[in-house]
Design a protein. Structure first.
Ligand SMILES: C[S@@+](CC[C@H](N)C(=O)[O-])C[C@H]1O[C@@H](n2cnc3c(N)ncnc32)[C@H](O)[C@@H]1O
Length: 285
């Protein structure tokens, strides 16, 4: 597979060819994997294609290439994914943070008039912690609680909170969100809940259906189970002047709006992502 390959540049060229059929970003994927085995930045690999690859590095690279050809995402192979301005550890137990979800961060920051306020944030289904920790990075006096039902996911989020320097401003708890109680309401509730209709999951690209955890994808028969569940208790955990920011799947705007309007919320804004698809709804109480 990597015969006659001796340098980083040769490896990138060869892997880009191999990855052409499985990804729209073959050269980028190739460069990230080569940089990873070399413990260098992708920029260094780009600028110095003559960096040599010894036998040990080539052997490691081959095993990563096999995994990528089996549709494992690059992020899961290198254990890291960039989101907003931060790098998050990811594992097989966490959903890979998606660029689409940055729409929620932008929408929330847009709505907050005083970024230095002592806000309290609640993140339901925190995963890697990417939403909560990215918001904490922009709101210097905010504090937050992130909740996830999966203990292994919670362990990753806690690690990210420590590594990124936010552990003093957040608490990551393992529990089902419907069992979460608090005597101190929150200013902002954020969530990117599982919203894929059960029968659609197998039709997703293999990178998602085989490598993202089912708990993070499965939204029940119509994809809306999590929204109904959150709507049933959201009023009890958010201040009267607080708001909700929820990521939604394609075509769910009307259904999610109905669920939260029936629970007493009013729509503040529907925010589109860069592909012009409704991606996040903000509700006022
Ligand atoms: C779509 S992922 C979002 C992860 C992360 N917030 C992000 O945006 O990348 C949904 C998360 O919700 C968690 N989850 C699913 N059902 C839950 C429940 N009933 N209570 C708490 N967390 C739940 C899953 O384990 C998963 O980590």
């Amino acid at each position: 597979m990597l015969e006659e390959v001796n340098t980083a540049g040769e490896a990138v060229n060869k892997l880009a060819e191999l990855f052409e059929d499985i990804t729209s970003t073959p050269r980028l994927d190739a460069r990230i994997l080569v940089a990873f085995v070399l413990n260098e930045t992708t920029m260094k690999v780009f600028s110095y294609p003559e960096i040599p690859l010894d036998d040990v590095k080539l052997k490691n690279l081959k095993s990563f290439v096999k995994r990528r050809l089996n549709h494992e995402p690059v992020s899961k192979i290198i254990g890291k994914k960039g989101f907003w301005t931060l790098d998050f550890e990811v594992t097989s137990d966490t959903l890979d943070p998606r660029p689409d979800s940055e729409t929620l961060i932008e929408a929330v920051l847009d709505k907050i008039t005083d970024k230095s306020a002592n806000l309290r944030l609640l993140d339901l289904g925190t995963g890697t912690g990417c939403l909560l920790l990215s918001l904490l990075s922009e709101l210097p006096n905010a504090k937050g609680v992130g909740i996830d039902i999966s203990l292994k996911t919670v362990e990753v989020a806690r690690k990210n909170a420590v590594n990124l320097g936010f552990s003093n401003r957040c608490e990551i708890k393992q529990c089902d969100w419907k069992d979460f109680n608090t005597d101190k309401p929150f200013d902002i509730l954020i969530s990117n809940p599982p919203y894929i209709p059960k029968t659609d999951i197998l039709n997703l690209e293999r990178e998602v259906s085989e490598f993202d955890p089912m708990l993070a994808l499965d939204g029940g028969n119509d994809g809306l189970d999590a929204y109904r569940s959150i709507a049933s208790f959201a009023r009890d955990v958010v201040f009267a002047k607080g708001f909700l920011a929820l990521e939604i799947g394609i075509g769910q705007t009307l259904d999610v709006t109905k669920i939260f309007t029936a629970a007493g919320f009013t729509t503040y804004k529907v925010q589109k992502d860069i592909a012009n698809i409704d991606r996040c709804i903000l509700f006022d109480l």
